[in-house]
Design a protein around this ligand. Sequence first.
Ligand code: NAD
Length: 334
Amino acid sequence: MKVAVFSTKTYDRQFLSAANSPIQHELVFFEPRLNRDTAILAAGFPAVCVFVHDQVDAPTLKILASGGTRLIVLRCAGFNNVDLTAAAELGITVVRVPAYSPYGVAEHAVGLILSLNRKIHRAYNRVREGNFSLEGLLGFNLYGRTVGIIGTGKIGLILGNIMKGFGCNILAYDVYHNPELEALGGSYVELGEIFAKSDIISLHCPLTPETHHLIGSDAIAQMKPGMMIINTSRGALINTQAVIEGLKSGQIGYLGVDVYEQESELFFEDLSDEIIQDDVFQHLTTFPNVLITGHQAFFTADALRNIADTTLANMTDFEQARPCANEIRAQPQP
Ligand code: NAD
């Protein structure tokens, strides 16, 4: 099948081409992101392969449909960038990679926790400059601390397991209870109790209308002073301005984020020679107790191999008219 691959980076080309060599779909790699201006590039392609920042909204889907596209293949798990209702109306099937690196993402969250707590990011710079002072590097033991996990699906559960290994108490909130989380000694509580009792809160739920700005000024006011927030899920789970106020007052003691609400303007590109116009993001980078990575939690070789294998298998299922377990559909409105 002829597939237009958007937002191509060297690593996408490398891993998708390797996985495709025994299958021989016709992959055509495009560097631009998919949006209503670039959708014309996919004219004549029955399938289009996209990543997290491609804009698969209704106008883009209409252009794709008129060019003959019948399949959108997400090479990621989250699908908040796709208008599933419009896709269904246009007869376009949407498939994704539901799990490719739950361990990688959970391990990255732990990396953020350890770096922020023990200030490894600051120590790295100091030692390189011959500054061996310990002033300002004071940390705390993770043992005995309470970790609140919001969203206990694949990634949240793995994080629970790892933090249990450190000797932490695990509190959890999810719309569904995961018996595996309870089996490892975690307790499901209401969100208010997570906010009030957690020393570290880590977000692992999807971005939906219900979870948008889940961490805002009301939530922050309920938190333990000096606590840590970790977000490796989606940027808009956090109201960034409210978090900045929380950091300034000291209510939030540490912030570790791999995702950012307006990240599509920044992440995955080398902007080191440009003037970044996003004042909110720039403000965040000035705090010594904030650690930001650019949506790299998933980025392990294991994950890229899994993404490529599942992405190609999804294409083959569609081409051969087989039911695909990874198809996603718009939820009926209540
Ligand atoms: P998952 O579907 O296995 O788990 C998500 C959990 O969130 C589910 O248990 C679900 O019941 C729960 N949930 C849904 N709505 C909720 C709500 N309103 N409140 C609380 N919980 C709710 O997903 P996963 O594989 O664990 O991934 C979690 C998130 O991580 C994804 O949504 C994605 O946005 C993000 N992610 C980020 C990266 C990265 O590189 N930073 C990579 C992969 C996934």
